[in-house]
Design a protein around this ligand. Sequence first.
Ligand code: HEC
Ligand code: HEC
Ligand code: HEC
Length: 355
Amino acid sequence: MNIPVNVPVNVPVNTRVNTPVNEPVNDPRSGLRLAAPVAALFALALLSLVSCSDSMGSNSGSSTVKAQVPATANLSTGLARYSTDCASCHGPSGLGTASGNSLTNCESCEGSFDALDVRIRATMPQGNPGLCSDSDGCARDTAAYILCAFNPDHAEGCDGAISNAVVPATANLTSGGAQYDTGCAFCHGANGSGTEFGSDLTSCQVCGGDFEDVENKIHTTMPPPNPAACADADACAENTAAFILCSFNPSITDGCENVSTKAVIPATADLVSGAADYGTKCALCHGVDGGAPGTRNLIGGACSNCQGPFETLESKIHNTMPPSNPPACQGACAENTAAHIFCEFNPDLAEGCPP
Ligand code: HEC
Ligand code: HEC
Ligand code: HEC
């Protein structure tokens, strides 16, 4: 997924003409990575262009002052707003259509950031200017997007502008929260605000960018004495990264609504043994189908220990069930009966149940 990349090919009569190599505009961040080399290439081409036009004495010259994109601009939001409110006339890649001109090297794209911001606020979308004002940052964010995506050679500060991290749907927030509590909260604080041993994750440096940057940071360096303790085996780096972003940095994170919060049934759980143990050690009090009345009910909202990570239910059983004799169901028995309670009585609260 690339942002349109302007590759200068020709030295035309009196101005730069770019042959855009386009793919649908999607992720501003991957594009920004490309932007640096491309901008360098472009700058080189410009140099040769300028000397060429000097010798021809015909070029009006290009502005050397770059528009300064403010760090408060959000490129992800800008892309989203551009796609819904602007692309119909200016084209998805800013190349223009019959209803709107090209926004690459356009007149208002070559001035200051504020001038472009004001231009959009006051006149766009054509016919309905109020729709993209500054009350919700629309003019600011679309201006930033137009500059960084379509006019990277004329923009500065694109790297500093906010791009929301997008949390992958494969992450699990409930597991991430549990993994954070056991492996990270000691240093970073239960609410992420930091302690003397670990930094404040509510203003986390690495969080203002790609999800993968946060995941890699954790994967390769956290927890400090033993990074292997939170690596890939149980998706710890992915899950804790999702948890840190969605819980402590929601305003710069997208995709949290797609992330699972269900308990993850461990692959080691044995449902056949779970059903057998449940039948002999638990059903008497909790009912064959888990539907005993009152505090013994193990279904849905009535089961408070079924609402969180798998481990919460497992340790409740390990530590307290059956009430008169907890050692009678520990270890594998606690894991298997917990899996039975999730998969048979509460399938909506679980993922990873055997088919
Ligand atoms: C209904 C079609 C339409 C829509 C939608 C629209 N524009 Fe435009 N836009 C135009 C036309 C036509 C022009 C040129 C005439 C003018 O300047 O008003 C233009 C001009 C511009 C310019 C000045 C370009 C230059 O050459 O300097 C900018 C910047 C711009 N639009 C940004 C936006 C943004 C941002 C949005 C979405 C919030 C948007 N436009 C939505 C039709 C549209
Ligand atoms: C022993 C204390 C300690 C533990 C445990 C710990 N961290 Fe850290 N963490 C730190 C320190 C100190 C830093 C700042 C130095 C650095 O970036 O390496 C840090 C930095 C970070 C950062 C980068 C913050 C930023 O501003 O960019 C992230 C993300 C992070 N930790 C996540 C985690 C996760 C997830 C866990 C649990 C798996 C964890 N940490 C466990 C001490 C700890
Ligand atoms: C003698 C009766 C009895 C037996 C046998 C028994 N339980 Fe319980 N269980 C209770 C009672 C009473 C409660 C409510 C009080 C409490 O939470 O400790 C309870 C609570 C629970 C809860 C917490 C429900 C919630 O709302 O979070 C779970 C889970 C549970 N039992 C699982 C088991 C499992 C698994 C077994 C078999 C290994 C088992 N119990 C055997 C009486 C029993």
